[in-house]
Design a protein around this ligand. Structure first.
Ligand code: SAM
Length: 507
């Protein structure tokens, strides 16, 4: 082949004084200014590595390839240059330059592999690398670990990389993470090589993944903590309007549903029962009074979750939910959300001028103060068991989590009393709440070992709190319901103990 012939006379390297070196006339016609700083850096530090190429004719060397090195040698005050005589014909000079300069663009994987060699990190453990390269404090742009920024810079220069030292450090972090988590890698190196994103984005995706992973791990840990927690309950057969039995500022979460206005005839409600007020205003005032007592008992930053249905009379909506929400805010609660609970098997009721009402509100408010102790978003486990890269509709890459955000619309069937028959076949209650709703909100707004309270216990749905590792206090005015709650709570504690024994045997 012609190209091989061009260099077939390649023979000897001469070390020649600069004054005996010129640029070949063919090259002089085509050279353009070039980026020199990386070569300057390495020449200054290590001297000349590669010889310049050209022809030695009568003691003068004519450079055909290596003009930048020659210019830099003059600038840096070198006395001599290594020159390789390739004995090339004038007409072949330009072709030879193109051939010897032939390069393909380095893929990110190649770049990372080479950089690993240069950084001297091959075979080092992840911990050692983290230490040496300052990965423990990535956000700090001055922290390049024991290796130092200089070394990263040097590698970038040596390899003439298109990325800076800070990006190289990020590239290395991505590479090593993927290598060390083969069964749980995101495909970031592949994405880089395919040109799907640049290094900074790949690093950001990795950080997102690690953050999401931490949330998922915390949640799993919390479940285990809940399974192992030592729990107890206290049940009071009295009104929750005054809860002197509970210390002020000690409750993490109130979760309940007051009797709705004018909807049910509960047993044993005493005089002036809550729910039977004459006007909506009276009902809401009472409702808010109960909440003031709950606020006293809550820790600063503690939550109140209350499920509330709308009331209608003479064909008109009483706007109970809206009044309560506004009243709570006026009373100094911080509003978190009004979630919607859709009852999928709503019974037919008269509905003059309107559609059949099929939803209730799950109001969440927070006592001001304290630290909000949760992740910013309430999430649940998703069907995806591992992390993956996804694309938004605009094509931007993001990390698909093993957890997913849950919407604030909950859909369940109305609770069926039959489910309570296993505890007591004769017990009847008019308005039990679905356990799944209690479960979601207890998990979202409390942690294992946090005290949770239900001021209107009814059938004792709050017993799921015991299963989840939260001690429970409950108030209920109807003694028959209290008796039932006690049985349900005791069963729950027994089951929990059994589960614990099961877990310890399995361990
Ligand atoms: C809507 S039900 C609660 C249902 C309960 N969340 C469940 O899942 O079974 C309201 C309950 O509050 C009780 N109650 C009414 N007034 C009360 C009061 N002042 N203090 C405590 N309980 C009360 C009623 O007897 C009734 O059982």
């Amino acid at each position: 082949m012609k190209e091989n012939n061009l260099l077939k006379h390649a023979s000897q390297v001469f070390v020649l004084p600069l004054e005996d070196i010129r640029i070949h006339s063919e090259v002089l016609m085509v050279i353009k200014p070039k980026k020199m700083d990386h070569i300057e850096y390495t020449m200054n530090r290590f001297g000349q590595h590669l010889p310049v190429l050209g022809n030695l004719v009568d003691g003068t060397f004519y450079i055909t390839d290596g003009v930048v090195r020659y210019e830099l040698a003059k600038k840096l005050g070198f006395k001599t240059l290594k020159c390789l005589h390739i004995n090339i014909q004038n007409e072949d000079v330009i072709t030879a330059r193109m051939t010897s300069n032939q390069r393909t663009q380095m893929s990110y994987s190649e770049m990372a592999n080479c950089a690993e060699q240069y950084l001297g990190m091959i075979g080092k453990s992840q911990g050692k690398k983290r230490n040496m390269l300052g990965f423990g404090d990535f956000e700090n742009n001055n922290n390049y670990g024991i290796v130092g920024m200089d070394r990263f810079q040097l590698v970038s220069y040596l390899m003439n990389l298109s990325i800076k030292a800070s990006s190289l450090r990020k590239l290395m972090a991505v590479k090593w993470y993927e290598e060390e988590n083969l069964d749980n890698k995101l495909g970031l190196m592949e994405g880089l090589d395919n040109g799907d994103f640049k290094v900074d984005k790949a690093y950001k995706l990795l950080q997102d993944k690690l953050k999401k992973q931490k949330y998922a791990d915390d949640r799993k840990l919390s479940t285990i903590e809940g399974q192992n927690a030592h729990v107890w309950y206290k049940l009071y057969n009295k009104s929750s309007l005054v809860m002197d039995e509970i210390e002020n500022d000690s409750v993490a979460l109130f979760i309940d549903s007051h009797p709705y206005m004018d909807q049910r005839d509960y047993r044993n409600q005493g005089e002036n029962p809550h729910g039977k007020e004459k006007t909506a205003k009276e009902y809401v005032d009472n409702f808010l009074m109960f909440c003031e007592e709950k606020k006293r008992k809550l820790k600063p930053g503690g939550y109140m979750v209350t499920i509330l249905g709308e009331s209608y009379s003479e064909g008109l909506c009483r706007n109970i939910i809206h009044r309560v929400v506004v009243g709570l805010e006026d009373n100094g609660w911080e509003s978190i959300d009004s979630n919607v609970w859709v009852k999928s098997n709503q019974k037919y009721t008269a509905h003059p001028h309107r559609f059949i009402n099929s939803w209730e509100a799950i109001i969440v408010v927070r006592k001001p103060g304290g630290e909000p102790y949760f992740e910013e978003q309430v999430k649940v486990e998703s069907s995806i068991s591992e992390f993956k890269l996804g694309r938004t509709s605009l094509g931007t890459a993001y990390v698909k989590s093993s957890e997913t955000c849950k919407t604030n619309v909950f859909s369940t069937s109305v609770f069926n009393n039959k489910e309570l028959k296993s505890v007591d076949k004769d017990f009847q209650h008019d308005a039990p709440c679905p356990t799944s709703i209690y479960k979601d909100f207890i998990k979202a707004y409390s942690r294992p070992n946090d005290l949770i309270v239900d001021g209107f216990a009814g059938t004792g749905t709050v017993s799921i709190g015991l299963t989840l590792g939260r001690p429970v206090v409950a108030y209920e005015i109807d003694p028959i319901s209290v008796e039932f709650c006690q049985k349900r709570f005791d069963e729950c504690l027994q089951e929990k103990e059994q589960a614990k024994i099961g877990l310890s045997i399995a361990a």
